[in-house]
Design a protein around this ligand. Sequence first.
Ligand code: CA2
Length: 146
Amino acid sequence: MPSVLILNGPNLNLLGTRQPEVYGKTTLADINALCEAAAQRLGLTIVFEQSNHEGILIDLIHAAKGTHGAIILNAGALTHTSIALMDAIASVELPVVEVHLSNIHAREEFRHTSYIAPVALGQICGFGAKGYEMALDALSENIFKS
Ligand code: CA2
């Protein structure tokens, strides 16, 4: 069964507890459950992780090679700053779907730049938690369909 690493970056552990007007009331545990249900429907295995530390995210990306067939990445604010994450993604040569809860292109100028997008298969943003399910659907259709 194909496996997908779902990786969440800094502060996403706070989802549902603060700034509900921006990020909604859904918690990260809710998103994990939503992804588990979608994965079951699609015949995929998922591993769901969150870290507030750039180095840990990089280690998890490196370890994904040979273990997972693809990555779904919401790198949080590191999306807009981290060349190190971009290099890690490029180095493992795995398909990566970039996901954001909010529409980063409709927000502050500094959120319009993504260092992930140039090395990603595609980007999904602005659809809240549903974006993670959309990313699993996209991987199932485009990467894992035999
Ligand atoms: O929209 C997204 O998913 C983001 O990746 C979320 C990041 C933000 O820096 C990106 O520009 C877009 C922020 C995640 C922090 O989430 C919080 C949740 C509750 C309270 C405070 C922060």
